[in-house]
Design a protein around this ligand. Structure first.
Ligand SMILES: *Cc1c(COP(=O)(O)O)cnc(C)c1O
Length: 374
């Protein structure tokens, strides 16, 4: 590949922070864990953060802490990374999908109420591609029905809607720090909440069900190992210290794409919603509805042949074979999701891209469209 889809933004500061931990006696449950959690609470303005070993673990523990399990239903979006649904399934609960808004690609607020049943225990919305659109409305509906929101903010660190940050909408909110996210810990994640009791429960669940006391081999409840090492936390701390700079660099790349593709009527280019501030996670364009969706896969293939790494974020979750089979879903169940999923092209997107790289990608993209649509 000549241009990669994503790349972490790591400086000598991150490297020095990690090396410092390696020279210390505390590789896990040490001082960096607490510091990373405190830095997250400060950045997001929430009372508590619980660092865990992945964003998926963060969602799973959030649901477990709410007591969600067998026989329960959780409303979520079919247009997301699979973890937003599998975290529900791993608790024993059922993901109940609701179609998306065709513009924001987020859960459609006006379709949520029809999906609520006596078994509904929570709503799990996702800021897809970092876009917080609709989250105010989703929270209003949840409140009206006394349902907690578990916010999958794994793609949205640094985004905000009307000044309210992504990761502050949910009763519990989960972030992920995989290397393609805005900041990375290698692998890792965190739960953010203002509820002390839920946070304490998550702390216990991530650490083998231990109590907060100092009895290492006393296990109060069924937990597991979802801990994040101090090595990862040190990396996360150095990254979070640079979040404004990282966000700005990524915004600059997004702006280049927006400017260079502004006149391209064959594509839908992502924009920021009214009142929104997007911390760009990926840059996903879509074939316009006037263009046959059969061109998408050929376009992906041709871009890869020209050494540009691209992806098809996201195939519909309800059509993943094991999920379709378990819940009896099929094509046509969520048309807006399926239409979007057939048309997306995730372009290379990271802080190291230069204006020339973006121009090259846009040139190749236009060339393929010219040839295919002639
Ligand atoms: C990245 C991501 C997650 C969590 O991913 P991990 O790899 O487990 O950290 C969850 N949901 C969404 C929507 C994501 O993009």
């Amino acid at each position: 590949m000549r241009i990669f889809l994503s790349r972490p933004d790591i400086t000598d500061k991150e490297i020095a922070s990690v090396v410092e931990v390696l020279r210390s006696p505390n590789l896990s449950l040490g001082p960096r864990l607490t510091e990373f959690e405190q830095a997250l609470t400060r950045y997001l303005g929430r009372r508590r953060a619980v660092a865990v070993n992945s964003g998926t673990s963060g969602l799973f523990l959030s649901l477990l802490a709410l007591g969600i399990g067998q026989g329960d239903e959780v409303i979520t979006t079919p247009f997301s990374f699979v973890a937003s649904a599998t975290s529900i399934m791993m608790t024993g609960a059922k993901p109940v999908f609701v179609d998306i808004d065709p513009v924001s690609l987020n859960l459609r607020p006006d379709r949520i109420e029809a999906a609520i049943t006596p078994r509904t225990r929570a709503i799990l919305p996702v800021e897809v591609f970092g876009n917080p659109a609709g989250f105010d409305e989703i929270c209003r509906i949840a409140e009206r029905h006394h349902l907690p929101v578990v916010e999958d903010s794994c793609e949205a660190l640094g985004s905000a809607l009307n000044g309210k940050k992504a990761g502050t909408f949910g009763k519990l909110s989960a972030f992920g720090f995989y290397p393609n996210k805005q900041i990375t810990t290698g692998e890792g994640g965190a739960i953010l909440t203002d509820d002390e009791a839920l946070a304490d429960l998550c702390v216990s669940l991530r650490n083998q069900g231990r109590s907060s006391g100092d009895q290492w081999l006393l296990h109060e409840r069924l937990g597991y190992n979802f801990r994040l090492s101090d090595i990862n936390c040190a990396l996360g701390l150095a990254q979070l210290a640079r979040i404004d700079e990282i966000k700005a660099r990524r915004s600059r790349v997004a702006r280049w794409y927006q400017e260079m593709l502004a006149d391209e009527v064959r594509l839908i280019v992502p924009t920021t919603p009214p009142g929104g501030d997007i911390s760009w996670f990926v840059f996903v364009v879509r074939l316009a509805d006037s263009v046959g969706c059969e061109h998408r896969d050929r376009l992906l293939e041709e871009m890869r042949r020209q050494k540009i790494q691209v992806s098809n974020y996201f195939p519909p979750i309800h059509l993943q074979p094991f999920i379709a089979e378990r819940y009896g879903h099929g094509p046509g169940d969520f048309p807006a999701c399926e239409n979007a999923a057939r048309r997306t092209v995730a372009l290379p997107f990271h802080a190291h891209l230069t204006e020339d790289d973006v121009a090259f990608v846009c040139g190749v993209l236009r060339g393929i469209l010219d040839t295919a649509l002639r």
